[in-house]
Design a protein around this ligand. Sequence first.
Ligand code: NOJ
Length: 541
Amino acid sequence: MNNWWQNAVGYQIYPRSFYDSNGDGIGDIKGIITKIPYLKKLGIDFIWLNPIYKSPNVDNGYDISDYKDIAAEYGNMAEFQELLATCHKENLKVILDLVVNHTSDQHPWFVQARKGKDNPYRNYYHWQDATEQNLPNNWQSFFGGSTWSLDEASGQAYFHVFAPEQPDLNWKNEAVRNEIYQMIRWWLDLGIDGFRLDAISHIQKEPWNFKIKDNPWAPFMNVAGIDSYMKDLQQIFKEYKVMTVGEASGVSSKKAVNWTDSDGYLDMIFELEHNVRKGIPGEERIDLLGFKKVIARWQKDLGEKGWNALYIENHDNPRFNSILGNETKKSAKAVAMMYLLLRGTPFIYQGQELGMTNYPFQTIAEVDAKDTLSFYRRLLAEKKSKKEALKLATAWSRDHARTPMQWDDSEHAGFTTGRPWLEVNPNYKKINVIAETEDTDSVWNFYRKLIRIRKQEKTFATGAFELIAQNDPDIFAYLRKGEKQFLILTNISEKKRTLTLPKKIWQRNWRLCLANNEASQQALDKKISLAPYDAFLFVLE
Ligand code: NOJ
């Protein structure tokens, strides 16, 4: 176990909302450079940047129109290189997003492809004969509507698993693969430290006449034949010895072993199963038991051979302190301890380390995310009131996580001197970097301690995982067993709970290392009382 990323903690930066250095209301590369000391102070080892490439921004950078250029609102190539060099000087590694399932419809390849059937770039994408009434099949896209968009001029339709402005590349075409591999090498030659591979399990599709039985995404999720493309990619990544993490929905925990073992295509993958929801629409929360079962299964199935990417928040999901915690400092800390000491490489999403919460949307004008907007329009068409539609559409909106980072208690939370592209959460006066770095009892300082402990103790990187109280709906507790033994006990609920520990645990001599309740003098006994959102870390003496 001597890969650098196995004992590292990552930090995800959503550049648009991180820090704006020029007052245009949009975060930028210079802003990230300014905040490197902040990241160092937190104790993380690498950053993953969401896409910074040239893009018409239909899907905030996930629709790329030039793979080798930087979006003007973020800066330019020289600034990116400055960021890379500064990070490296500070011993921070830099991982970029690699979006190669699709391009923007404004990418020169697609602009050409659209010109007609005989264009040399036509076959860079998937085209099939079609009419409005007779699309090639009934497959649905992730963002709603058909996966096919009609091009009347040619009597054909092109294929997209996301928005119509994000046409899927045709990986069967060797010329496409060569362009992509060459582009990947180009970035790696610049000295970046790895990639997060967007939507990578979708690059291979079933034949167009494939019939969907139950899973609507089956025709483009980890479909047979993907392996040969993944092997090509693996070869490049191995050659450059870089870190890779794949967004690979449809790769089950059982299959993920082959994807992530020492001979695997990638170093780790983000599982997309853990957001198990409960509650009525509009008020859904994470079901702890469902969440726990998914996490425990991945920990077990990947075991000693594979490797997990650990995360609770990202730019596509609401804030965990709102959907699993109760928006308090204490719950943010409990949730942090719950996942940060699992086996794998933890990722922290910007603002998570402050306990940032969901945004209280008052009007649809505050929403940017296209999928939330189309959901809202659909609800209105179904005759829901504006109020009801807003509640339902924003409950799980990606925009909760995309509001600007809260740096201080000045206007716009110190994110920008201009008008922020997305509203700032009104709780920034209390939840912000300045307040929390100064307060020894803050969520931020708790994250810092957890990161430090995790990196000091080899057991967290290498030790085995064992779940305790498997079927308890409120408590997430586990052992990490390696050179030392650690016990993590968290009550992820607003209930006061008593837990009966197994004899093999309570009979032994445990010492408390860290708790989110400073008054606590908790010693382990057969029965242990846990107040709402209590979290304890014990070590075996
Ligand atoms: C997954 C990304 O995380 C998401 O933000 C994006 O919309 C889709 N892939 C399409 O690229």
